[in-house]
Write a protein that binds this ligand. Structure first.
Ligand code: G6P
Length: 588
């Protein structure tokens, strides 16, 4: 998704900006640009497509500039709509969505101002250019007119040694070292050995002036002090390590991701959280995409093992659902990136209504971590491919650990999790068999994934993976619900993947297998119940090791991730950078 970088200091800005943009590339974007200011002149280079298309910008002279990767929201992905946007000597890069852009733009146009893009963002440059006073005050006054979310970095020809930054609901961090001052939309874009990094809080402003330390201001423009963020400067984009794609590499890392993310919550560092768990009456789990599916798995395990009422919510729905948050609610916000706008807003709403917030995230120092009362880290390591894989399995390891701790707090027991985790490597090896299934999926009209109980959540995740990177229509469905309408869609061109890991429910799901087979579907089985095999109605199967059924998505997700991967590459798609999608969704 959109990324911001900015620099002012002693060095040439262009190479620093381009390097920063490269570090943001994995997030997904469709155009990019930089602007450099020199002797009162702004030079802007923008391109549709990849950052490498900005090569010509490398030679720009000037020690101050801003850069951006854009993921289109308002206006097509094109050079004209790429950031930076310039008006009246003011240059901006913006992440977020300006919800009243149409009205603001109309007012500017009524004054005779001409717009050069279709974006909601350009209006910010117009508003700042129309304000009086220095750049900080002009930015402040302009921001007061904006509705929606923004992280913005502003240059002005009138103040050639200053970048002004502002944020509301979109993350922004500032860095400084002896070479100069930096701003970026996330820590990896500014992380470097010896560089101090600070995060802007919601509603804050920052002034980066060459030769001075960064200055920070609150929503009333009162100067505020800042604590430095402790981060891992060594963490950089990992190499592909001999793999053709990050996605395949990341799937191969699932066993380590799971074992590192298992967590003993009885240990000292979690004692405050454990105390809260003992008094927790309800769980509200908020998340998006893949993280929502791991949230469903927590809902299931917490209810089953701890007998605690738990509900997983899609964060974008939760935030507008006027939720009832009873006393004793723990809100569990699950997010790989810790920057997903809807998840942050949902967690903030739960907190406002009295819940304690537990962040389950893969990125230390992320916005989610900073706004939460407690943190349960997932330790999947950096995930680069847009479609989440190892972070899902790592989330499950952490969330099942949490379910176990909740159960113990109620003098109940959960099945041993370590036993399930120890099967992951064997499951990964078995999962490779899905490669032989590919010919059946290439010509498919759509694909169904079926399961019951925890297998249903795995089905949802399997379907999401396939959609994300192969672009085949698919649906994850509760096996028992298919016959209530959706069965009408099943024919010889709809392969069905059935997931069966709970011996108590196996016969029930196999009934659905019989039903879809009878309608001409080729059926593929992912199971840990040997009694389901052999079955003449099954075209091919993967037999996985047995584990407690509630934990099975940790294993069944592996053949599903690999199936999506192999289908995507067989269809000629880049599984690491699927069309239209972004890794970190920092807008609503
Ligand atoms: C995007 C990604 C998904 C991810 C979702 C939630 O849509 O493409 O892979 O599951 O965001 O991201 P989060 O970082 O909050 O887990």
């Amino acid at each position: 998704m959109c990324g911001i970088v900015g620099y002012v200091g002693e060095e040439r800005a262009a190479p620093i900006l381009l390097e920063g943009l490269q570090r943001l590339e994995y997030r997904g974007y469709d155009s990019a640009g930089i602007a450099v200011l020199r002797e009162g002149q702004l030079a802007v280079v923008r391109r549709k497509g990849r950052v490498k298309g900005l090569g010509a910008a490398r030679s720009l002279e000037g020690e101050i500039g801003v850069g951006h990767t854009r993921w289109a929201t308002h206006g097509a992905p094109s050079e004209r709509n790429a950031h930076p946007h310039v008006y009246g000597g003011v240059c901006i890069v913006h992440n977020g969505i300006i919800e009243n852009a149409a009205a603001l733009r109309a007012a500017c146009e009524a004054r005779g101002e001409v717009f050069s893009s279709d974006t909601d963002s350009e209006v910010i440059a117009h508003l700042i250019a129309a304000e009086k006073g220095d750049l900080l005050h002009a930015t402040y006054s302009a921001c007061r007119k904006l509705a929606g979310s923004y992280a913005v970095a502003v240059l002005s020809a009138a103040e050639p040694d200053t970048i002004v930054c502002a944020r509301r609901a979109s993350p922004l961090v500032v860095g400084c070292d002896e070479r100069g001052l930096y701003v970026a939309s996330d820590i990896p874009a500014v992380a470097a050995a010896g560089r101090k990094v600070y995060a802007l809080a919601d509603g804050e402003f920052a002034v980066l002036r060459k030769g001075s330390p960064p200055r920070f201001f609150d929503g009333a423009l009162k100067a505020v002090g800042k604590q430095e963020i402790v981060y891992d400067a060594a963490e950089d984009i990992p190499a592909k390590g001999g793999f053709r794609h990050y996605m395949k590499k990341e799937i191969s890392e699932v066993p380590e991701a799971v074992s590192r993310s298992l967590c003993d919550l009885s240990k000292g560092e979690f004692s405050d959280l454990c105390e809260v768990l003992c008094h927790t009456q309800y769980l509200h789990i908020v998340a998006c995409g893949t993280a929502y599916h791991s949230g469903l798995c927590l809902q299931y395990a917490a209810q089953k093992f701890a007998r605690i009422p738990a509900e997983a919510f899609i964060a974008s729905e939760y935030r507008y659902s006027d939720p009832i948050v009873p006393p004793g609610t723990l809100a569990v916000a699950v997010s790989q990136s810790g920057e997903t706008a809807d998840t942050l807003a949902a967690a903030a709403l739960a907190k406002e209504r009295g819940a304690k917030v537990l962040a389950v995230t893969n990125v230390p120092c992320s916005s989610l971590e900073r706004m939460s009362d407690f943190v349960l880290p997932t330790r999947a390591g950096r995930e680069i491919a847009v479609a989440a894989t190892k972070s899902f399995n790592a989330q499950l390891a952490a969330l099942y650990s949490l379910a176990g701790a909740l159960a113990r707090g109620r003098e109940r027991a959960a099945p041993p999790l370590a036993a399930a985790a120890s099967c992951v490597r064997e499951a990964l090896a078995a999962a490779e068999q899905v490669r032989g299934w590919i010919p059946y999926f290439l010509g498919a009209r759509s694909v169904f994934f079926l399961g019951r109980g925890a297998d249903y959540f795995a089905a949802l995740e399997g379907s999401l993976k396939l959609k994300e990177i192969s672009y085949l229509p698919s649906e994850g469905y509760p096996a028992g619900e298919l016959k209530h309408g959706t069965l009408a869609l099943v024919d010889g061109r709809t392969p069905v993947v059935a997931i069966v890991t709970d011996p108590a429910l196996a016969d029930k799901t196999m009934n659905a297998v019989h039903e879809v087979y009878a309608r001409g579907a080729a059926v593929f089985l992912i199971t840990s119940v040997p009694a389901c095999l052999p079955c003449a109605e099954v075209t091919a199967s993967v037999l996985l090791p047995k584990c407690a059924p509630a934990y099975s998505p940790m294993l069944t997700s592996l053949p599903l991730q690999l199936l999506a991967y192999y289908v995507a590459i067989a269809r000629g798609n880049d599984p690491d950078k699927p069309r239209n999608l972004a890794k970190s969704v920092t807008v609503e």
